[in-house]
Design a protein around this ligand. Structure first.
Ligand code: GLA
Length: 392
């Protein structure tokens, strides 16, 4: 991959000095959707698409950040960080600097050049990749130790409080902790995690519907609020619960009458999805990856019907995938309302799968989907530039 060396050259032209380079990956979630902010379980993997951040110190207390993707430079004082306009790309790195400062990290001024290759707005966590790469870069160049769990939490805080999206911890966590050839089972309450080896004869195939319905971020926050409403109401009869993670399906069904129907359906999705994550991990441990098929199918159905975060294009992409030889399981991945599906496909069938799915999806929608095949990859790291390899 040439990206880091090119980025170094660009950095030199722009800022006139050498730089250190860090990278952080995007992610795909195998199962466990919309469970993270309910203290639940998720099973994502880091993917082989990264955000790269080149960084060098400045003498003053400014951050000067250039985005290769947007071809724009912003400047901000480290002591007066505030968000730019809504949806501005720079709010992610600025928000991370803000969150690090809030946590008492003595950052020094820096020039940053950021270049992301995670498809934007496709549900593959391009934003978490930017956050983690910038945070890693800013901490390291200020001579500060990087505690990955803390970095993930501060990146989440940046997105919650600076950018204004009430996301959970999944994306930032796996971008920090991903491991090659493994998915990561995360308990989003305790932040305890375990790596789950992925079968070598299966590939992660990610199909991008190429649509993103605009309501996505408003609806995301609305779903989260509905889950919180569910917890508030259920606490009247189950005072010991703190989050939907603590409620069983039997308990939920018993109290169906006190919940508004939509809230009941949202809660049912979260509770059943948590159970599916555990079943999926057990299936991988038993070496029975075929059992992932029905679990992924149920997950998709639950996200479509109970959680209402799918859309016509995602449903179609899954339906086409399900008819292909070698498909183990398919479902939408990420927040929803467009973006990507995740498909577990037998390695020998991947080429044909890509060809067929692309042709059929195009024929039905007039859109040309992008299809990515990615190994599960390593989390954030510094690059050793001479060899263009991860630093030891
Ligand atoms: C987005 C958020 C995550 C998670 C997923 C849905 O990717 O950033 O925290 O909630 O949606 O599972």
């Amino acid at each position: 991959m040439k990206a880091p060396l090119q980025l170094l050259d660009k950095f030199k032209v722009r800022f006139g000095t050498a730089a250190s380079i860090y990278r952080a990956p995007g992610r795909v979630n195998l199962i466990g959707e919309h469970t993270d902010y309910n203290d639940g379980f998720v099973l994502p993997a880091a993917i082989d698409f990264y955000c790269w951040a080149a960084v060098a110190p400045r003498r003053d207390r400014k951050l000067v950040i250039h985005s290769e993707n947007f071809n724009e430079t912003v400047e901000a004082g480290l002591d007066s960080l505030s968000p730019l306009g809504k949806k501005h790309w720079a709010n992610y790195p600025l928000g991370v600097a803000w969150a690090l400062a809030q946590a008492g990290k003595p950052l020094t001024g820096a020039n940053l050049n950021i270049s992301g290759e995670v498809p934007l707005g496709a549900g593959l966590s391009s934003s978490a990749a930017v956050e983690v790469a910038s945070g890693f870069a800013l901490l390291s160049q200020s001579g500060l130790a990087v505690d990955r769990a803390e970095l993930a939490q501060l990146c989440q805080k940046a997105e919650n409080e600076f950018v204004g999206a009430r996301v959970g911890i999944m994306d930032q966590f796996v971008s920090c902790y991903g491991r090659a050839s493994h998915a990561l089972l995360l308990d989003c309450r305790s932040l305890q995690y375990e790596f789950v080896k992925l079968p070598p004869d299966l590939q992660l195939v990610i199909c991008n519907t190429m649509v993103r319905h605009e309501l996505a971020s408003g609806e995301y926050n609305a779903r989260r609020a509905e889950c919180e409403e569910g917890v508030r109401i259920l606490r009247i009869v189950l005072p010991q619960i703190r989050a939907l993670r603590d409620v069983t399906l039997t308990q939920l069904e018993k109290h169906v009458r006190i919940l508004p129907p939509k809230v009941f359906a949202r809660c049912r999705h979260v509770i059943t999805e948590n159970a599916r994550v555990k079943s999926a991990v057990e299936a991988f441990h038993r070496g029975e990856s075929k059992a992932l098929g029905p679990l992924m199918q149920d997950s998709h159905g639950s996200l479509r019907d109970d959680y209402e975060v799918s859309c016509r294009e995602l449903d179609l992409m899954v339906e086409i995938a399900m008819a292909q030889p070698g498909l183990i399981g398919a479902r939408m991945t990420g927040g929803g309302f467009g973006g990507c599906t995740i498909n577990l496909v037998e390695s020998a069938a991947v080429s044909e799968f890509r060809r067929n799915v692309a042709a059929k999806y195009s024929a039905k929608t007039g859109l040309t989907p992008e299809i990515y095949v990615s190994p599960a990859s390593e989390g954030a790291q510094q690059m050793a530039l001479e060899k263009n390899k991860p630093a030891k």
